[in-house]
Design a protein around this ligand. Structure first.
Ligand SMILES: *Cc1c(COP(=O)(O)O)cnc(C)c1O
Length: 497
């Protein structure tokens, strides 16, 4: 199967090349040239298989230039008992008759980024071998929190890779910082950059844009690459858990194979919900995609009006992983719902870059509305939802998941649709324990650090703090280097030797 750019279908590569390149040379995103299909019988045949077996089956369809052995090897290394705390990998929790919570946070960093970042390093090194590049992959990441840690855990001690993460000195939570500076592994480095997230990110972009530096590193045996969510190698593993969740509903006798379901996804960069879209395109009967945003509700407006407009104030919320004004992966959906109109996509993306805004025509608006429902919720609503769900169901949600569940309920109220719905849960509640504790006890906890807050939340709710977070406080800090933005290149240079 070939992959091509969303902005030029003539720009074609194999899946291995798409994964190694990350982004198409024209600035577009790689998408599969055709969508592999699975039938209702195929789905029924997957129901009793393990998550790993399902993963292999789906990846084989999309990564057709990989051998079965290569895919099996990548899957076994990623989705196993040493990496995930449950062998079902992404379990489905029945909250009530209609809402099923798809828990995507049983991996090493307690957030859904693990679902893709545990396997990406293996897909990447395998891809390099396949296309005959005999170099080590050097991953550079600028992070505002979750991605950095998940990438570090994914690439840690993977042969043929090195990873350098930059985080903004004042721009991450205490817990997130601790997670990163205590990172283990012999191929990792973490540096804090004076400034905000934009400084760290523009620093990394400048390094990627420095052709001379890149060429010099290649001479020395390193190929710079990124692990961000527009890479096809991050998107394709996310399709698996939607297939798996659907199968789990069939297995539990909640639906029959072939029945339609809805999905609801707390959304930022549009990667997670887009994976659900691809699952539908493959043949999983998904009727409605409920796209939940926090107060950075660019996507809600887009789905409702057809106008994408990022010209608005950025809001820092208690669901920070969704604080995003440009949802990059939306470009892939636009390509699909315009019937593959590369020219249109190119124009819109140009407008977005130049003016921060574009508007799609009526026919595209209709298509969007046919499949998508957009809604948002503010911090108050998020906390209220955590408290209500805890009270009613004894189930503890993190802030991002609560945004999703709130919008799901808005949707049901508006439409009366009682189709069974898979609600993606994207983080363990203890990862955002200050906000979760405030929601559950109705007032903020003053004067304690995040670790103490975690303990209080655990005592109050009887829920266990995940081991990865509980052990953190005692862990040795390995990285204390702080640098200015201008020095980032030197740091990479030194790290790569
Ligand atoms: C990254 C992230 C999201 C947003 O996912 P996208 O794929 O970017 O839409 C939501 N919740 C959490 C906890 C995340 O880490």
């Amino acid at each position: 199967m070939i992959y091509h750019s969303t902005r030029d279908t003539g720009l074609q590569v194999s899946s291995a090349q798409a994964i190694v390149k990350g982004i198409a040379p024209d600035g577009g995103l790689f998408v599969p040239g055709e969508k592999p299909k699975i039938s209702i019988e195929d789905i029924a045949g997957l129901v009793d298989k393990s998550y790993r077996e399902k993963a292999k089956g789906i990846l084989e369809l999309f990564l057709s230039d990989f051998t079965k052995e290569e895919i099996s090897d990548c899957v076994e290394k990623a989705y196993n008992k040493t990496k995930f705390e449950t062998d079902s990998i992404a379990p489905l929790y029945e909250l009530n008759d209609t809402a099923y919570i798809l828990e995507l946070w049983h991996g090493p960093t307690c957030a859904f980024k693990d679902m893709a970042l545990q396997i990406l390093p293996h897909l990447m090194t395998t891809s390099m071998k396949k296309i005959g590049i005999d170099k080590q992959v050097a991953i550079l990441v600028a992070t505002s929190g979750d991605t950095g840690k998940a990438a570090l855990e994914g690439f840690k001690d993977v042969d043929g890779t090195k990873i350098q993460v930059f985080f903004p000195t004042g721009g991450v939570s205490e817990m997130q910082k601790k997670q990163m500076v205590t990172q283990e592994g012999n191929n990792v480095a973490v540096t804090s950059v004076n400034g905000n997230f934009d400084d760290a990110q523009s620093g990394v972009k400048a390094i990627f844009g420095d052709k001379e530096f890149g060429a010099a590193l290649e001479q020395r045996g390193s190929l710079l690459s990124s692990a961000n969510s527009i890479n096809w190698g991050r998107l394709v593993p996310q399709i698996i858990y939607y297939v798996s969740a659907y199968c789990d509903l069939v297995k539990a006798d909640k639906i029959k194979a072939g029945d339609a379901v809805n999905v609801c996804v707390p959304t930022g960069n549009f990667g997670n919900i887009l994976a659900a879209w691809y699952a539908k395109e493959m043949g999983i009967p998904i009727r409605k995609f409920i796209c939940a945003s926090n107060e950075n509700n660019v996507l809600t407006d887009f789905i409702r009006t057809g106008v994408y407009d990022k010209n608005r104030a950025f809001k820092a919320t208690i669901s920070p992983s969704m604080d995003i004004l440009i949802s990059s992966n939306l470009e892939r959906l636009l390509f699909d719902i315009t019937g593959g109109d590369e020219g249109r996509v190119r124009e819109w993306m140009q407008e977005l870059q130049q003016t921060g805004r574009y508007e799609v025509p009526q026919v595209t608006k209709n298509k969007l509305k046919e499949y998508f429902y957009g809604g948002f919720c503010d911090d108050e609503g998020t906390k209220q939802t955590i408290a209500e769900v805890w009270k009613e169901y004894n189930y503890l949600m993190d802030t991002h998941t609560a945004v999703g569940y709130r919008v799901y309920r808005q949707y049901v109220e508006e439409t009366g649709d009682t189709t069974k719905t898979i609600v993606a849960s994207t983080a363990n509640p203890f990862k955002f324990c200050s906000s979760v504790l405030e929601a559950v006890q109705g007032k903020p906890q003053e004067g304690t650090d995040e670790f103490e807050v975690g303990k209080i939340l655990s005592e109050l709710t009887g829920q266990k703090i995940p081991a990865g977070l509980a052990q953190l406080k005692e862990k040795e800090e390995r990285f204390s280097e702080v640098c200015d933005k201008d020095a980032m290149k030197q740091i990479v240079d030194k790290f790569l030797g």
